[in-house]
Design a protein around this ligand. Structure first.
Ligand code: ADP
Ligand code: MG
Length: 268
């Protein structure tokens, strides 16, 4: 079946850093696939190698061993089909460019004609609820709004896969809830594949259709859990569901096991 063909494939990925006091085995061996249209969350404790994994699978860092392919092609440099959103929104937008120009920049670099660019930018900015702020500068916006701009820029780029590294870790709880709902809406409206990394267990269960649980470093995939919550999610009702509590408790217990070193990799 065509839809079962993986879009992103990570095979026995390993990353050892050469630290000042010897090698640091950040990622032990990670193997997983993401299929087209999936919304996959990766959850693991701080320092377990999540950012290292994302840097390797986006071609920003060369793995020590293993392979990453996107649409069947090996990833060695940042792929055009991938867009990234990081935690540090403050550093990811250009302060001297308006919202419109920040979002347009990668499209310009790609050679999209001006009229088309304008339409795509306006649609993406509207999608994140900032249609009224097209001509403002990032420094005139709150942190949550700046992160919306970063999401709009990634969406406008029309990637095949949107990769997010703890994008909401630095915003307040209410803003975070709004941004979580925004990610699910963008995923559903645009049909983009999403790989979302977080250390927050509740967030991974609320957002994901599937949650990959990582062990502590040297990291492996401890469990690949399907999230069987209804497709329509809502901060109040979904989080109050008994099934939500069961799933989050399960993930929590598994992560505690990982911290004790009692976890084993999922067979693949
Ligand atoms: P996470 O994103 O899950 O918090 P990271 O991928 O940032 O984890 O880090 C995983 C491990 O690798 C940590 O022990 C961290 O100290 C180490 N590490 C990260 N980057 C480097 C680096 N450039 N050199 C040496 N060690 C690093
Ligand atoms: Mg990180």
């Amino acid at each position: 079946m065509a839809e079962r063909t993986p879009l992103l494939s990570v095979r026995e990925l390993k990353k050892t850093y050469q630290g000042a006091s010897g090698p640091v085995e950040a990622v032990g061996s990670i193997t997983f696939d993401v299929r087209p249209g999936e919304l996959v969350c990766i959850v693991g404790p701080s320092g377990c190698g999540k950012t290292t994994l994302l840097k390797c699978l986006s071609g920003l860092l060369t793995p020590t061993a293993g392979a990453v392919t996107l649409d069947g092609a090996p990833v060695t440099t940042p792929p055009k089909k991938m867009a990234l959103v990081f935690q540090e929104y403050g550093r990811s937008l250009y302060p001297w460019l308006t919202v419109r120009d920040n979002v347009a920049l990668p499209l310009k670099a790609r050679g999209m004609p001006k009229a088309e660019r304008r339409a795509v930018v306006e649609q993406a900015v509207a999608e994140v609820g900032l249609g009224h702020a097209l001509d403002t500068y990032p420094w005139q916006l709150s942190g949550g709004m700046q992160q919306r701009v970063a999401i709009a820029r990634a969406v406008a780029y029309q990637p095949e896969i949107l990769v997010m590294d703890e994008p909401f870790a630095a915003v307040d709880a209410q803003t975070r809830a709004d941004l979580e709902d925004l990610v699910r809406r963008v995923w559903r409206d645009l049909g983009v594949t999403v790989l979302f990394v977080t250390h927050d267990i509740d967030e991974s269960v609320y957002l994901g259709e599937r949650v990959l649980m990582l062990s502590s470093s040297p990291t492996f995939v401890q469990e690949d859990l399907a999230i069987d919550l209804p497709d329509e999610r809502d901060q109040l009702t979904t989080r109050a569901m008994p099934r939500f509590t069961e799933l989050r408790t399960h993930v929590y217990e598994q992560i505690q096991r990982a911290k004790r070193g009692a976890a084993t990799p999922v067979p693949h």
